[in-house]
Write a protein that binds this ligand. Structure first.
Ligand code: SF4
Ligand code: SF4
Length: 278
């Protein structure tokens, strides 16, 4: 094992944070139910192919069948009455688009909380609407949130995002990225202040955002994030010709960022409709 690799592990103590996906050490004995109720998205990531699930939290190349909130609640009831039902402790919404840009997300989470108050509620978001929706999420009882934050720099952001839809307008370039990044950072701070457990996903894109990640790690720590997940770019969409990071690049990045926050080592990316133990 490389020395820097061991260093990363030393600086990434095993965490669980009450949720199987938020563990640094790997899969546990509990699982999650993913509900694919959120097809729409309000930004365009250049590594996204919209006929598939959101690339920020989901398995590449998979298209989940979208459900209504009523169907989703039925899915939860069915899963909870199955043989592994007692082990399914988390309900998560991670797509297939942006959860916070779809009203079905909120209806679904409220319905689940009403019928299964003991279940942990979780969602992943690109962060654009997080400051605006944080009070509603607190009110519903969402306790775990994942924000995908790829850069702090709007010029780098302009290479990662084609557009951001904000207040009825479609913004492009660094101005669009600035709005997104500012909302992501504010949302992380508000979620952490509200007592949520906050995971940050960062897609490692060699030659695009790999030089500035240490300052990103420092910033998210300052804003109260608990755990960081560096994900390799899957070259697809407009970034189909970019290179994915090598295994060594990924390990090295996780090791240096592990000096700041615990790093996830095991994430395999789930489908937006995945149900089962991790
Ligand atoms: Fe695709 Fe997710 Fe980005 Fe939306 S936030 S463009 S669904 S990767
Ligand atoms: Fe796990 Fe993300 Fe799904 Fe939450 S949204 S249950 S963190 S995969």
């Amino acid at each position: 094992m490389h020395e820097h690799c061991m260093q990363g592990m030393i600086n990434s103590p095993n965490l669980n944070l009450g949720h199987p996906c938020f563990s640094t050490s790997g899969h546990g004995k509990t699982g999650r139910i993913h509900l694919a109720v959120a097809p729409g998205c309000n930004i365009s990531c250049n590594y996204c192919v919209r006929k598939f699930d959101c690339a920020n939290e989901s398995r590449p190349g998979v298209t989940s069948k979208v459900q209504t909130s009523v169907e989703a609640l039925e899915t939860v009831k069915k899963a909870k009455s199955s043989s592994i039902g007692s082990k399914l402790t988390v309900v998560g919404i991670a797509g297939p688009g942006e959860p916070l840009a779809n009203s079905a997300t909120f209806e679904t989470l409220r319905g689940v909380k009403q019928h299964f108050p003991e279940m942990i509620l979780c969602l992943s978001t690109n962060g654009l609407l997080l400051p605006e929706k944080i009070e509603e999420l607190v009110d519903i009882g969402v306790s775990h949130v994942t924000v995908t934050l790829n850069t702090l720099d709007e010029k780098v952001g302009a290479k990662i995002y084609s557009y951001v839809r904000w207040e009825g307008k479609t913004l492009i370039g660094p101005d669009a990225a600035r709005i997104l990044i500012d909302h992501q950072l504010e949302g992380i701070k508000l979620a952490s202040k509200a007592g949520m457990t906050v995971k940050i996903n960062t897609v490692l894109i060699p030659g695009v955002n790999d030089q500035l990640l240490y300052s990103l790690g420092m910033e998210i720590k300052k804003r109260g994030a608990h755990i960081h997940n560096i994900m390799p770019l899957i070259p697809q969409g407009k970034l189909a010709k970019n290179m994915a990071p090598t295994k060594d690049e990924l390990i090295s990045s996780r090791s240096s960022l592990g000096l700041i926050l615990p790093q996830m080592q095991h994430c395999q990316q789930c489908r937006a409709d995945a149900i089962g133990l991790l």
